[in-house]
Design a protein around this ligand. Structure first.
Ligand SMILES: [Zn+2]
Length: 312
């Protein structure tokens, strides 16, 4: 067995270990976990010979009542979210002393989506292992990111390159102007035809515009601060409070926007620490315990996923 294959097998073992950790966290048993399990087992069984798969390879037709297109659809979605587990895989690999973890890419020759699996070396700077957490610190654990709706994916996980900057510039210019014109026009209409309907529409529109513009305002400063909380409206119910982070990546020219859903066990009690916006410094993101949010508070450093107790 040559070393590339060995590495692939090791990465697959790391994947299975990760699934065990997820099982304790009650997020197991989802279709995407099942696909990962089958992929890892197939890799291990073949001693690392196999690294590319199509949907049919891992979804035996026995009990699958779904049509082929449904399978393909799930497989395609899996291919897209595999990359979003990278941080979580990395942490699991460091804890369990693996040197590599799985990643993959979808390609589309002819009709079927082909998933090419690769290994990636563990990044030991991104987080520390479970038993090396410094005294008085907590380690944040990255939750698997939700597969975001498409329009969000386009904005997130995206290089902050020229295209994104142009898009953002257009949004920052156009939205306030359109909002203003619309509000003024509605204001005139309401003034000259003050029916109950017109007044309620006017008030409703002003409220909506207020929230939209406030969101834009915060996003504007995100560029400076490199971190902000994702508005609660954009966070699915089952996902913990989520931060947006803008960071540099080794092989990329422009900074990349990341979504970070994370939590940690509280150091001071048996509660769980979630991210939140610090209320004094409005834009600071900290961790606060769900049992005692005002006293059990921690810093949040996304560069090494550590937090230390906030004294004040
Ligand atoms: Zn606590």
């Amino acid at each position: 067995m040559d070393s590339d294959k060995q590495k692939l097998v090791e990465a697959a073992r790391c994947g299975l270990k990760w699934l065990e950790v997820q099982a304790e966290r009650k997020s197991a048993g989802q279709w995407k976990h099942e696909i990962l399990r089958r992929l890892c087992n197939a890799v291990i069984k073949s001693n690392g010979d196999r690294s590319s798969f199509i949907a049919k390879d891992i979804c035996q037709s026995e009990t699958d009542q779904n049509s082929g297109s449904q399978l393909n659809k799930e497989f395609r979605r899996f291919g897209k979210i595999l990359e979003s587990w990278a941080e979580s895989f990395n942490e699991s690999a460091i804890d369990n002393e693996f040197r590599v973890y799985l990643t993959g890419k979808l390609s589309q020759p002819a009709k079927h989506n082909v998933l090419e699996l690769h290994v990636r070396e563990v990044d030991s700077v991104a987080t520390v292992s479970k038993d090396k957490i410094p005294q008085g610190h907590i380690r944040y654990t990255v939750w698997e990111r939700k597969a975001l709706p498409r329009w969000q994916q386009r904005l997130l996980n995206r290089d902050m390159g020229v295209g994104t900057h142009l898009l953002l510039a257009a949004i920052f210019l156009l939205v306030p102007i359109v909002a203003l014109i619309y509000a003024v026009a509605l204001g005139f209409l309401t003034y000259y035809h003050p029916t109950i309907w017109n007044v309620s529409v006017f008030v409703g529109v002003i409220c909506v515009e207020f929230f939209v513009l406030r969101g834009l305002y915060e996003f504007w400063y995100f560029h400076d601060r490199k971190i902000m909380m994702l508005p609660i409206q954009l966070t699915p119910l089952e996902q913990p409070p989520t931060a947006l982070v803008m960071r540099r990546e080794k092989d990329k020219r422009w900074p990349v926007v990341h979504v970070m859903a994370t939590s940690s066990d509280c150091l001071l009690c048996d509660g769980t620490v979630f991210l939140r916006k610090e209320s004094h410094y409005r834009y600071r993101v900290i961790g606060a315990c769900n049992r005692h949010p005002t006293e059990h508070r921690f810093t949040f450093d996304y560069t090494n996923m550590l937090g230390k107790v906030l004294a004040d």
